[in-house]
Design a protein around this ligand. Structure first.
Ligand SMILES: Cc1cc2nc3c(=O)[nH]c(=O)nc-3n(C[C@H](O)[C@H](O)[C@H](O)COP(=O)(O)OP(=O)(O)OC[C@H]3O[C@@H](n4cnc5c(N)ncnc54)[C@H](O)[C@@H]3O)c2cc1C
Length: 307
């Protein structure tokens, strides 16, 4: 079965190691280096759980890089591989290891694959925007060996990935509502502890693709988790026409929610398209990026812009 998607924008051959984004290093990391980055203990690896710049795309690249490195270093054929978490990183790693003939098993504490993003219609995701203004950042499509997707709302991306996943999923045991509480390594094998007390025979490798969990809610009435649908940009139905909101934080999520609250019929995709193609924004972004790579602090750059 051919899972490689055709790509409208470029027809470059993608090696399984996609080094550029993995750690923002200009030097191609060797497999030993990748394994060192991700190894927690003998046979136990994490997929970016502690990394910076976690995005859909970079997590998928980490998954490919890690699987490629394991294959090169130890060989994966017939190895028992457990994967904890069926987010994008877990599914991508599982598919890659399966196609390299490993015996893969997936464990997920929720009841479904991609439980965070599935069905989401409010969060628009672009695969390369986090590397803007670097070359290639405007491409609205991923360049992966498979599980590719276009810029879209998170739920649509999940649907696209699951469509591809479903082509192989029957061959991979997946266990849901299974929370792993401990992973340990002994005599070259990896053992998993389950919250429900059940057990599985030991594995050759275990990949922890558990993400960084849900945000802590401030109170029972606070806004839902980032990937849940909300009605921030819908007209108010209550009698009192103006509701008061407090947006905490200054990251991209907080800024976007502020815009959604303030601009009627706001369309995230339109803003992204416009920004990515606007020469003024592009030159400013390049200027900021150059200043930061020349050692200037964010604070100095901020002042330079008269902010
Ligand atoms: C607030 C917020 C905003 C974000 N915005 C963006 C954005 O705009 N664009 C973008 O590209 N990325 C964004 N991200 C990052 C994005 O969510 C992740 O890159 C993406 O979810 C893929 O990550 P993952 O597969 O590593 O982890 P997750 O998607 O978190 O999946 C981890 C899976 O592991 C399961 N799990 C966890 N612990 C256990 C356990 N002990 N046992 C069994 N299963 C377990 C979870 O239930 C979950 O299904 C954002 C993240 C957050 C939190």
């Amino acid at each position: 079965m051919d899972l490689i998607e055709s790509c409208e924008y470029e027809t470059i051959e993608i090696p399984l190691i996609a080094h550029e984004i993995i750690m923002q290093t200009t030097k191609s990391p060797e497999r030993e280096q990748i394994l060192r980055w991700f190894e927690l203990d003998k046979g136990i690896y994490h997929v970016g759980c502690t990394a910076k710049r976690l995005t859909f795309h970079s997590q998928q690249q980490r998954a490919f890089n890690l699987i490629w490195s394991l294959k090169e270093e130890f060989g994966l054929a017939d190895k028992r591989v457990a994967i904890v978490g069926t987010g994008l990183a877990g599914l991508t790693a599982a598919a890659a290891a399966h196609l390299l003939k490993a015996k893969v098993e997936l464990f997920e504490k929720k009841a479904d694959n991609l439980p965070l993003q599935r069905g989401n219609a409010t969060r628009f995701v672009h695969p390369n925007i986090y590397s803007w203004p670097k070359p290639g950042s405007v491409y609205p499509v991923t360049h992966l060996p498979y599980f590719n997707w276009y810029d879209a709302e998170a739920g649509e991306i999940a649907r696209k990935v699951l469509e591809q996943w479903n082509e192989i999923s029957e061959e991979i045991p997946q266990k849901y509502l299974k929370t792993i509480t401990k992973v340990s390594s002994k005599n070259g094998k990896v053992f998993l502890d389950f919250e429900d007390g059940s057990s599985e025979p030991p594995y050759d490798f275990t990949l922890i693709a558990a993400g960084f969990g849900l945000e802590k809610a401030l109170s029972e009435t606070s806004t839902p988790s980032y990937w849940r649908n909300d009605s921030l940009d819908q007209p108010v139905l209550e009698k009192k026409p103006v509701l008061t909101y407090c947006v905490c934080g200054a990251g991209d999520g907080a800024l976007l929610d502020t815009i959604r609250l303030k601009i009627k019929d706001f369309q995230h995709r339109q803003l992204v398209d416009w920004m990515l193609r606007n020469p003024w924004f592009f030159s400013q972004a390049e200027h900021i990026s150059d200043a930061l790579s020349n050692g200037k602090s964010i604070h100095d750059v901020w002042l330079e812009f008269g902010c």
